[in-house]
Design a protein around this ligand. Structure first.
Ligand code: C2E
Ligand code: CA
Ligand code: CA
Ligand code: CA
Length: 277
């Protein structure tokens, strides 16, 4: 009984700490967005298996907190979403990706960039207009940008999502379903959602080929993608074995630490110039 009471008290004070740190984080996040010099986009290559070269890259945000140092997106994106700050932050991401794309163009590096879009951004009634304004401001053609949206993000409001995606695709953006396989969608939605690409969630990829069920799932998704005319990317490729297996089942695109971690713009530029992949 006594121990139970203590546990309860401890639980309570932990909850309070979580709450306090969330509020502090929200304040800091707001400041960071205003100051606009604490965020950076890192880039991770997506490999083209057949051509044995870099096909494109994914932009992944990093936050340099003035006191806490580097904070990973998993620790602040959810707070940005809860507080609505994901809207200005998400727009910064798209604008910065466009600017980086232009900077690469200047050194003859022609790369398409994939950016992560939160369900909260997609839900805005004027999302399409906001997005087109940014890319035309930055003089980037929409077909250079792929939008990655998680399965669950698409499922939240299906008719609206389908409408929005249809418009985006018409304008020229490419659409990928991120973390494919772990969400709540059903396969029939693949017919309705105007998507171009499936990104197989890393949880299915990390233990292949030794895990038989994972290998079966991944090879089925690769086949499904092929039959539906969709591009397929396997995420979280960490070693040679997974890479070899994925090549053998003709998964067209691979992404993961085996090739490169997400790296700074300058380092990605070097990587492109070296052609060492
Ligand atoms: P995600 O979109 O699924 O991105 C892939 C994550 O897996 C990245 O983590 C990447 O660093 C990591 N990763 C890549 N290859 C490997 C691998 O081989 N092994 C392992 N263990 N991990 C690998 P990161 O950069 O920490 O991002 C985490 C998540 O935060 C992203 O998952 C995405 O959902 C979100 N995120 C990142 N940047 C943005 C952004 O600009 N906007 C939004 N809305 N969300 C973002
Ligand atoms: Ca992603
Ligand atoms: Ca993913
Ligand atoms: Ca994810």
């Amino acid at each position: 009984k006594h121990a139970g009471g203590n546990t309860f008290r401890k639980f309570n004070s932990q909850m309070k700490n979580v709450f306090v740190s969330k509020v502090l984080m929200e304040d800091d996040l707001r400041q960071a967005i205003i100051a606009n010099n604490q965020f950076e986009l890192f880039y991770q290559p997506v490999m083209d298996v057949k051509q044995q070269k870099i096909n494109s890259c994914e932009a992944l945000i990093r936050w340099y907190h003035p006191k806490k140092g580097l904070i990973n997106p998993a620790d602040f994106i959810p707070i940005a979403e809860e507080t609505g700050l994901i809207i200005p932050l998400g727009e910064w991401v798209i604008r910065q990706a466009c600017r980086d794309l232009k900077r690469w163009e200047e050194s003859q590096i022609h790369l398409n960039i994939s950016v992560n879009i939160s369900a909260y951004q997609l839900k805005q009634s004027d999302f399409v207009e906001r997005l087109t304004t940014i890319v035309s401001d930055e003089r980037v053609l929409p077909n250079r940008i792929q939008l990655e949206i998680t399965e669950n993000g698409l499922m939240e409001n299906t008719t609206d999502s389908i409408n929005t995606l249809q418009k985006l695709k018409q304008i020229g953006f490419t659409i990928a379903i991120d973390d494919f396989g772990i969400g709540y969608s059903s396969l029939s939605y693949l017919k309705q959602f105007p998507v171009n690409c499936l990104k197989i969630d890393r949880s299915f990829v990390k233990d292949i080929p030794s895990d038989n069920s994972d290998s079966a799932i991944v090879s089925s998704v690769v086949k499904l993608g092929k039959d539906l005319g969709l591009l397929v990317v396997a995420e979280g490729v960490e070693g040679q074995e997974a890479s070899d297996y994925l090549s053998s089942i003709e998964c067209p695109y691979l992404q993961g630490y085996y090739y490169s971690k997400p790296i700074k713009f300058e380092d990605f530029t070097d990587l492109m110039n070296e052609h060492v992949m």
